[in-house]
Design a protein around this ligand. Structure first.
Ligand code: CMP
Length: 143
């Protein structure tokens, strides 16, 4: 079963959106197999955003993602990586369609509510950065 890493960023947590966002992924038909509210370390943030290391906004990105609690999640389901990215919407909220999470809740690119893995390789790497294998649970009745 395909797995992805989704993370409600500090702006989404502060705004009280955890419940509404989790609901969207449950409604779609995915299963939550791991989650935790946590403040991520600078090292975890730098690993998570390693591909953006040379970008001018890297420092700001690490500062923001470590600025308060995030809600880290692992979800499973068929095509969960591509489908959850479609539900999240484009990175820049100006391009994010209404009905997507960023289209409905975000105004700025930096504070864009939620992260979702963009490939199976990223998902594997990102899950390992935030969860121990024993923190991911099995369901009696998988999808
Ligand atoms: P995400 O897609 O989760 O991962 C990379 C993040 O970099 C992206 O969300 C944005 O939050 C952030 N980002 C991308 N472009 C910019 C930018 N121009 N300025 C600030 N942050 C950005």
């Amino acid at each position: 079963m395909e797995k992805t890493f989704l993370m409600i960023k500090p702006d989404g947590v502060q705004r009280g959106l955890i419940g509404r966002l989790v609901q969207r992924f449950e409604d779609k038909g995915f299963q939550l197999i791991g989650s935790k509210l946590m403040v991520i370390t600078k090292e975890q943030a730098e690993t998570h955003y390693a591909e953006h290391k040379e970008k001018p906004f890297f420092g700001e990105l690490v500062q923001f993602i470590t600025s308060g609690p995030v809600f880290a999640m692992v979800w499973q389901g068929d095509n969960v990586i591509a489908l959850s990215r479609a539900m999240i919407g484009k990175t820049n909220p100006l391009d994010a369609a209404p009905g997507t999470i960023r289209g409905d809740y975000a105004v700025h690119t930096g504070n864009n509510i939620i992260h979702g893995s963009d490939s199976p390789e990223s998902a594997e790497r990102e899950i390992a950065n935030f969860f121990k294998p024993e923190e991911l649970l099995a369901y009696d009745r998988p999808l």
